[in-house]
Design a protein around this ligand. Structure first.
Ligand SMILES: Cc1cc2nc3c(=O)[nH]c(=O)nc-3n(C[C@H](O)[C@H](O)[C@H](O)COP(=O)(O)OP(=O)(O)OC[C@H]3O[C@@H](n4cnc5c(N)ncnc54)[C@H](O)[C@@H]3O)c2cc1C
Length: 445
């Protein structure tokens, strides 16, 4: 390689995953560049408000007293007509996007990260040794080279998709994506409501769910998600109107947003030579499979630790895949494994008709730990309750597949050479599951 790279690591995307990864590595003294298309003042303010577990405040290093935040104490799960099916105790708090924004900008400044805002990451520079930086569109910089390039661009995964011919699992199936529409509005009357209301059922949110919760006594956040790639009609605004009608909710609209959400387990490899994925670009920040912002922070912590080691040990300018592989091993045999088991439940649930879904949901206990392992165990024990004969066999198939997924991830390949075969087995397991539990979807919906 003739040219010396501009940076140790260039990170594209300053969401929770990319910005935290940048600040961790910057604090260690590495030369880090962070690119985002948004203005610096708008980082993390895309979702105007965010619901998190209080422990996330600590993970973020946010000095906010939990008691001062609006909180959610219960999750009420309802059918498409608004009838309550179950209530789960919880403890969640609401964070303001503006506070998050200020916090992350301060963290980045303290870590000496070179922030290049208002620039779009465009095309990866791919050589025979791997990825060597990225081309940018913006007024100040048009290209940056680095020993490692990180795609933290969220569900869009702009850079990952460019590697589709070079590594397995670079493309996410459409049916593993949900399209979400969120709006915030001011209610006419003040109401104190400490519940998160979740709606399931094909009339409102086929393949996903709708929800609403208060942000303050006047402000409400309402969202609807619909699974893509299964032939469901989107009609999100109409569905939102329907939901508001059921709830007698009306008010002045403050903000609206539509976004994709990756709902599958994380990708089966998070690295390529000179290239790393972190956050929703790898399916690590998925609120359905135990993620969201907290999932991204955990991923950023593991990625930072392994990137640091790889930068120190690799002699080549482009860090080879072998040196980055420990990130795969550490992440995928822990969080990856649990998320994959929960993904079996997600796919299974997406194959249920409304009647089965409602029966299944009504069996959820009031005290439900959000710990991934516990959640998986509990969901599967619930399957026993769904005893319609046609359905029983589907549940049985899902059980057996979850056991195989558990064993497969327990044996995650220790080297890149063993990956191809392992990956094919993983893909065929999940395809088998989809074929089994979604096969009769037309009959069900
Ligand atoms: C509707 C909705 C509601 C949610 N609510 C919650 C919640 O309440 N609590 C929770 O914990 N999680 C929630 N999540 C999930 C949470 O938003 C994600 O897990 C998290 O934001 C993912 O972080 P990320 O850093 O991977 O990606 P993102 O947050 O998506 O950040 C990606 C960044 O990359 C930038 N970018 C994209 N493409 C480019 C490019 N080509 N060049 C330069 N920059 C680029 C974007 O501007 C953005 O700043 C929600 C998600 C959705 C869709």
């Amino acid at each position: 390689m003739a040219l010396k790279p501009d940076l140790d690591v260039v990170i594209t995307g300053a969401g929770p995953a990319g910005a935290l990864l940048a600040s961790y590595l910057g604090q260690e003294g590495f030369d880090i560049g962070l690119i985002d298309v948004a203005r610096k003042e708008d980082f993390w303010n895309q979702l105007k408000h965010t619901l998190v577990e209080p422990k996330t405040l600590k993970l973020l290093g946010l000095d906010i007293n939990e008691e001062e935040l609006y909180n959610i104490k219960e999750i009420s799960i309802k059918d498409a007509k608004g009838k309550e099916l179950s209530v789960i105790e919880t403890n969640l708090v609401i964070l303001d996007g503006l506070d998050l924004s200020k916090h992350i900008v301060n963290l980045l400044e303290d870590s000496n990260v070179r922030v290049i805002d208002k620039h779009l990451a465009m095309k990866l520079d791919i050589s025979s040794n791997g990825v060597f930086g990225v081309g940018l569109r913006g007024k100040r910089v048009n290209k940056l080279t680095a020993r490692i390039t990180v795609d933290a661009t969220g569900a869009q995964a702009t850079l990952r998709k460019q590697l589709r011919n070079l590594y397995e699992d670079a493309i996410i199936d459409e049916d593993d994506l949900v399209y979400t529409y969120v709006e915030e509005f001011l209610r006419q009357k003040e109401i104190s409501d400490n519940r998160l209301h979740v709606f399931i059922g094909s009339d409102i949110a086929p393949g996903a769910y709708a929800w609403y919760h208060s942000i303050s006594d006047r402000l409400v956040r309402l969202g609807i998600g619909i699974q893509l790639g299964r032939g469901f009609e989107l009609r999100l605004q109409e569905r939102t109107k329907l939901l508001k009608g059921i709830l007698f909710l009306e008010g002045k609209n403050v903000s609206t947003e539509a976004r994709y959400l990756v709902t599958r387990r994380p990708l089966t490899s998070l690295v390529y030579s000179g290239f790393v994925l972190v956050g929703q670009s790898a399916g690590q920040g998925n609120p359905i499979v135990g993620g969201g912002i907290a999932g991204c922070i955990n991923a950023a912590i593991i990625a930072a630790k392994n990137i640091r080691k790889a930068l120190e040990t690799a002699r080549e300018e482009i860090v080879p895949i072998e040196d980055l592989w420990p990130y795969n091993v550490e992440y995928l045999s822990s969080y990856g494994k649990y998320s994959a088991i929960l993904d079996v439940i997600r796919i299974f649930a997406q194959g249920m008709g409304d009647a089965e879904l409602y029966t299944f949901t009504s069996k959820i206990p009031k005290k439900l730990s959000m710990d991934l392992g516990h959640l998986a165990e509990l969901s599967f024990s619930n399957l026993d309750f769904v005893l319609r004969p046609r359905f029983f066999w589907k549940a049985f198939d899902a059980f057996r597949l979850a056991e195989r997924v558990d064993a497969l991830y327990g044996n995650y390949p220790r080297t890149p050479e063993e990956f191809k075969e392992w990956h094919h087995r993983e893909v065929s397991l999940f395809n088998e599951l989809k074929n089994k539990v979604w096969a009769k979807k037309k009959e069900i919906y």
